[in-house]
Design a protein around this ligand. Structure first.
Ligand code: PEP
Ligand code: MN
Length: 338
C-alpha cells in the first residue's frame, strides 16, 4: 500500500469557466493529484442539466495550465472520446451507467485504442461484477492493458444508508481478479451525502484502495448536479490531511491489521446475509411440509446435507469437526423455526 493515496478531485459537472478555475485552484493546494469535471452528464430525466459539452474542454485545459494538474472527464461514446483526444486531456473515466453496456464499452475501447490515454472504469450501478470485469477485458482486448478501476458503490433501492449500499466485498473480489490494476474509491457517489464522504473515504483506504475520486465544488450549494454530495475545497483539504495523517502515524503492521480486520468485517456481514437467506428458504420448506403433513425432521435428507458439506469443505481447507459443529447449529436453528 502506498503512503500517498492518489486523489482525483473536482466538481461533478463543469458549469462555467469561473467555477472550473476557482475549483481547480483550490483543490490543487488541498492535495489533489488530478482534476475531474463531467462535461457530458448522464442524467436520469431529459431536461435536467446535461452538462456544458464540448465548450468545457477549453476550461479544463485552462485549469491544467493554471494548476499543473492532469485533467479528465467522463466519456460515454466514440464522439466524446474523439473530442477528448482532440483537446488533449490526460485521462477519462467510463461512468457507472456506461460500464454495464457492452456496445458502448466496445465503442469506447476501440476509439481509445492506441491513444495511450489513461482510462478509469467505474463499477456498474447495478451490482454486477461480471459486467465490470467484462469492461476491463474489452479495453484490454483493444490494447489498453492497464485501465484503472473506480469503486463507487451501488444504487440503493431499499433506502439503506450509503455505507450499506457500498458492499465492499465486490471491490475486494474485483481486486482479487485484477490484482495488477489500480483501484480508487469514489465515496461521493457511494454516499450521495457530504456528511458520509469522510468515513467512506477512510474505510476505502483501510481496505487498501490506491486512492480516491472525490467530488469537490467551489460552492457546492450552487452546483447544478450532485450538490448534496460535493465537498467544499476546505472539507476536501481536511479529508486528505486526515487520511495522510492516519497513514503516516500507523506503522506497517497496524495498517495491515486494520485492512485484514475490515476484510473480516465485510465477510462477516456477508455470512450473516447468507445465513438469513438460508433461514428464509428453510421457513418456506417448513411451510410446504406443514401444508402436506410431512414430518419436519427427515434424517436421510439431513444426512445428505451433512455429507455434501463435509465433502465441499475438505476441498476448502476447513476442518471436519468445525464444519460438523457449524452445520449442526444451523440445522438445529432451522428445525426450531419450522
Ligand atoms: C460522476 O462521476 O460524476 C458520475 C456521473 O458518476 P457515476 O458514473 O459513478 O454515477
Ligand atoms: Mn456526480
Amino acid at each position: 500500500m502506498s503512503l500517498s493515496p492518489y486523489i482525483i478531485s473536482g466538481p461533478c459537472s463543469a458549469e462555467s469557466e469561473r467555477q472550473i478555475l476557482d475549483t481547480a485552484l483550490s483543490v490543487a493546494p488541498a492535495g489533489a493529484n488530478a482534476f475531474r469535471a463531467g462535461l457530458w452528464k448522464p442524467r436520469t430525466h431529459p431536461g435536467m442539466f446535461e452538462g456544458v459539452g464540448d465548450k468545457g474542454l477549453a476550461w479544463l485545459k485552462k485549469a491544467r495550465s493554471e494548476t499543473g494538474l492532469p485533467i479528465g472527464t467522463e466519456v460515454a461514446s466514440r464522439r466524446h472520446v474523439e473530442a477528448v483526444l482532440d483537446a488533449g486531456l490526460d485521462f477519462v473515466w467510463i461512468g457507472a451507467r456506461t460500464t454495464p453496456n457492452p456496445f458502448m464499452v466496445q465503442e469506447i475501447a476501440e476509439s481509445l485504442s492506441g491513444s495511450g490515454l489513461k482510462v478509469w472504469i467505474k463499477n456498474p450501478v447495478s451490482q454486477d461484477i461480471e459486467l465490470w470485469a467484462g469492461a476491463v477485458e474489452r479495453l484490454q482486448a483493444c490494447g489498453i492493458t492497464n485501465p484503472g478501476l473506480i469503486f463507487r458503490g451501488f444504487q440503493a433501492f431499499d433506502n439503506v444508508s450509503g455505507r450499506n449500499a457500498a458492499r465492499w466485498m465486490q471491490a475486494i473480489e474485483m481486486r482479487t481478479r485484477f490484482p495488477q490494476l489500480q483501484m480508487l474509491c469514489d465515496p461521493s457517489h457511494m454516499a450521495g451525502d457530504t456528511a458520509l464522504v469522510p468515513s467512506l473515504a477512510a474505510r476505502a483506504m483501510n481496505l487498501g484502495m490506491d486512492g480516491l475520486m472525490i467530488e469537490a465544488h467551489c460552492c457546492p450549494q450552487e452546483a447544478l448536479s450532485d450538490s448534496n454530495q460535493q465537498l467544499t475545497p476546505a472539507q476536501l483539504a481536511e479529508l486528505i490531511d486526515n487520511i495522510k495523517l492516519r497513514r503516516g502515524n500507523s506503522d506497517a503492521v497496524s495498517e495491515r491489521l486494520s485492512v485484514l480486520r475490515d476484510n473480516i468485517d465485510e465477510l462477516d456481514a456477508r455470512l450473516l446475509e447468507i445465513l438469513s437467506s438460508r433461514m428464509r428458504l428453510s421457513d418456506e420448506i417448513g411451510m410446504l411440509k406443514r401444508e402436506c403433513g410431512m414430518p419436519i425432521i427427515q434424517p436421510e435428507r439431513w444426512d445428505r446435507v451433512m455429507k455434501k458439506a463435509l465433502s465441499d469443505a475438505s476441498g476448502l481447507g476447513l476442518q471436519e469437526d468445525f464444519v460438523k459443529s457449524v452445520f449442526r447449529f444451523i440445522h438445529e436453528a432451522s428445525v426450531n423455526r419450522q
